[in-house]
Design a protein around this ligand. Structure first.
Ligand code: HEC
Ligand code: HEC
Ligand code: HEC
Length: 164
């Protein structure tokens, strides 16, 4: 079996790699799938986030999840990752920390910014990986992210293409 190390990939390719099974924006564009069911496509949801923009290795799936380990349930583990880009309350944004501070909370960031949705037929809750300010958690925002590639990455078409 071929062993793949996502550390050698660009951030976009790395998330697309995990998304091959866990759902990318391309899958959603091609299938036209809408609604809360799409919460099961974490790669697509993440790519919608303002945090993602054109991709940053601090935000790729493998920075948060080790596919060989059970899911971490401790919010503090994830908080430290958010704070690799976001400055703490009162701080100033820098080139290295481009994420603004939160006026509301200092811990359990994902608890407020990544709500969970229950899918009736699955009997389990899924965390929405679209990181955002949530005004009404009962609303599930649809829509595709801007899927244009950064100029440095010309290996993929700029617009979704239909399968032949
Ligand atoms: C070849 C398909 C495939 C690829 C590629 C893949 N996964 Fe998975 N992954 C699965 C399947 C199947 C499951 C188990 C079913 C499920 O939980 O969706 C799973 C489960 C997981 C879970 C546990 C989910 C839970 O709720 O317990 C995590 C976390 C995860 N994968 C992360 C990753 C990451 C990170 C990558 C990229 C480095 C990746 N996966 C690439 C198929 C894949
Ligand atoms: C790769 C760097 C990076 C990481 C990691 C990151 N963010 Fe961000 N995030 C940003 C940038 C850049 C913005 C846009 C500027 C701003 O509003 O701070 C942003 C915006 C946001 C916003 C405002 C969204 C909006 O719609 O206005 C929230 C909320 C947020 N991030 C929360 C989080 C949380 C929670 C985590 C951890 C799960 C996280 N971020 C991880 C870079 C990052
Ligand atoms: C108790 C819920 C809660 C927690 C916990 C929380 N936030 Fe927030 N956050 C909010 C709300 C609500 C807003 C919108 C505030 C507003 O519009 O004035 C917000 C706004 C933001 C913004 C946008 C700031 C701006 O000025 O545009 C960012 C970025 C952010 N949070 C990141 C984080 C990070 C990183 C953490 C963890 C260290 C965190 N949040 C913890 C509820 C929370």
């Amino acid at each position: 079996m071929e062993i793949v190390n996502t550390a050698y990939m660009t951030p976009s390719d790395s998330v697309d790699f995990c998304g091959a099974c866990h759902g990318t924006s391309w899958d959603i564009a091609l299938s036209g799938s809408t609604g809360v069911e799409n919460v099961r496509f974490p790669a697509y949801r993440l790519q919608k986030s303002r945090c993602w923009r054109t991709g940053d290795s601090r935000l790729v799936c493998a920075a948060y999840h080790d596919p060989h380990q059970p899911l971490a349930s401790d919010a503090a583990v994830y908080d430290a990752k958010c704070l690799t880009c976001h400055v703490s309350a009162g701080g100033k944004v820098t080139t290295d920390h481009p994420g603004s501070p939160c006026k509301i909370g200092t811990k359990n960031c994902a608890g407020c910014h990544m709500p969970k949705y229950e899918l009736r037929e699955m009997h389990s809750k899924y965390t929405d990986h679209y990181i955002r300010i949530v005004s009404d958690p009962s609303i599930f925002p649809d829509g595709l992210p801007d899927m244009r590639r950064p100029a440095s990455d010309s290996s993929r078409p700029a617009e979704p293409v239909a399968h032949p």
